[in-house]
Design a protein around this ligand. Structure first.
Ligand code: S3P
Ligand code: PEP
Length: 448
């Protein structure tokens, strides 16, 4: 982190009811892509509602280093003057992507199609995460990679002078890998083809079209087949970033768990490939409604109304994982409060996030008096029927979602919950503690 909050609030205590209307910061996935597409479009892209979290600021800095002009013009308002497809220039220094897997992997795709040399690194968490999942398919463009042992950062890349289009069947359900292949395909002649067995978030496909590329999507027996026609002229286009459903998850689960609460989160992105958590919470019995559903900036958005509910345990099928991949830690907190057992299936991908989230989530639960087991790739949580003991200190392992999940748990537990480090919350949800404290009396989130 380059700007850690000097006194992040990292303990939470049992809370009075939460009430009010709030907006959450802009969608992280769309924010990264808006800056990247703006940088390879011709003309000036105006972005509103950009997430000004540390992860996205890393992307903004990287796009500047690659030759685009990127300026903040107001709160959440950013302007990118692009260089056109194929126009990025060699960066003069190492690209440091901080804590952000999305920034690192998508950018490697973009760089692969340009005849430039770059060195990329990240913080200790990102340097542990696998990059081979992108360097393998991207090598087929002709780009060359030199990585640290195990295919990890830091790495050096020499992009291809005459990139070839990729034809790749994704071995893991990953929007980052899919997007890296498509971004490399922008510079290659002919058709880039990516096949995914499970559909993953489709912001790259939607935004490529929005900037003028030809992208087709077809559901076949092989899976979802995405084709991009290479070397398009991308033209600057305005981007309106909706509130991030992955951030909205925290005040929503808090409202469901703290008796007497009713919270409305406004302008939340409701792309169906992102809403698996809301489906699951409804199956658990949650009083969750969407109001004012509309299309904004090409994405479905709405206001989510969440009211305290006694939840019941459910089984979450593995095919739902891509549509709620970042929401399992906070779902586990909801499951801890529910009556009965919740089984979340097929969570292997959680092991390669900012932390090993499967282990970190199980430890979060165990340290606060909840019975939970990992069986293979499944997480099983034995709910307490509204009686979470709490009282633990949670190791967050440089992972913002573990920190926020721990703090949400403390609001609904019998004893305070402490996160050992809350600084990483700024990567995706700047202002989290102030926003949560603004929903209730007292200051349940505080420095212990
Ligand atoms: O494409 C994206 O913007 C993202 C894809 C997901 O990662 P994977 O592609 O590794 O599943 C998700 O966890 C991440 O927060 C954002
Ligand atoms: C996994 C996440 O992000 P990234 O992969 O971009 O670091 C996340 O935000 O939960």
């Amino acid at each position: 982190m380059s700007h850690p909050d000097p006194r992040p609030l990292h303990a939470s205590a049992p809370s009075a009811p939460l009430a009010g209307r709030l907006g959450v910061p802009g969608d992280k996935s769309i924010s990264h892509r808006a800056l990247m597409f703006g940088a390879v479009a011709v003309g000036t892209t105006e972005i509103s509602g950009l997430l000004e979290g540390e992860d996205v600021l890393r992307t903004a800095a990287a796009m500047r280093a690659l030759g685009a002009t990127v300026d903040k013009t107001g709160p959440g308002a950013w302007r990118v003057s692009g260089r056109g497809v194929g126009g990025l220039v060699e960066p003069a220094d190492v690209l440091d992507m901080g804590n952000s897997g999305t920034a690192a992997r998508l950018l490697l795709g973009l760089i692969s199609g340009h005849p430039i040399f770059a060195v990329m690194t990240g913080d200790a968490s990102l340097r542990r995460r696998p990059m081979k999942r992108v360097t393998d398919p991207l090598s087929a463009t002709g780009a060359q990679f030199w990585t640290r042992d195990g295919g990890r950062l830091p790495l050096a890349v020499r992009g291809a002078a005459d990139p070839l289009p990729i034809d790749y069947v994704l071995p893991v359900a990953s929007a980052q890998v899919k997007s890296a292949c498509l971004l490399a395909g922008l510079c290659a002649p002919g058709t880039t083809r990516v096949v995914e067995k499970e559909p993953t978030r489709d912001h790259t496909e939607n935004m490529l079209r929005h900037f003028g590329a030809t992208v087709s999507v077809e559901d076949t027996a092989e899976g979802r087949v995405i084709r991009l026609e290479g070397q398009p002229e991308l033209v600057a286009a305005p981007v309106l970033v909706p509130g991030d459903p992955s951030s909205a998850a925290f005040p929503i689960v808090a409202a469901l768990l703290v008796p007497g609460s009713r919270v409305v989160v406004e302008n939340v992105g409701l792309n169906p490939l992102r809403t698996g958590l809301f489906t699951t919470l409804r199956e658990m019995g949650a009083a969750l409604r969407v109001e004012n559903e509309r299309i904004s900036g090409g994405e479905p958005v709405g206001d989510i109304v969440a009211e305290y509910t006694e939840l019941s345990g459910v089984t979450v099928p593995p095919h739902r994982a891509p549509s709620m991949i970042d929401e399992y830690p906070v779902l586990a907190v909801a499951a801890a409060a529910a009556r009965g057992t919740t089984r979340m299936k097929g969570l292997a991908e959680l092991r390669v996030k900012e932390s090993d989230r499967l282990a970190a989530t199980a430890a979060l639960l165990a340290g606060n008096g909840i019975k939970a087991e990992i069986e293979g790739d499944d997480l099983i949580v034995h709910g307490t029927g509204g009686a979470i003991p709490g009282g633990g200190t949670v190791e967050t392992h440089m992972d913002h979602r573990i920190a926020m999940s721990a703090l949400v748990m403390g609001l609904a537990a019998r004893a305070p919950v402490t996160a050992d480090d809350a600084a990483f919350i700024d990567t995706s949800f700047p202002g989290f503690a102030a926003l949560m404290n603004g929903l209730t009396t007292g200051t349940p989130l505080a420095a212990p």
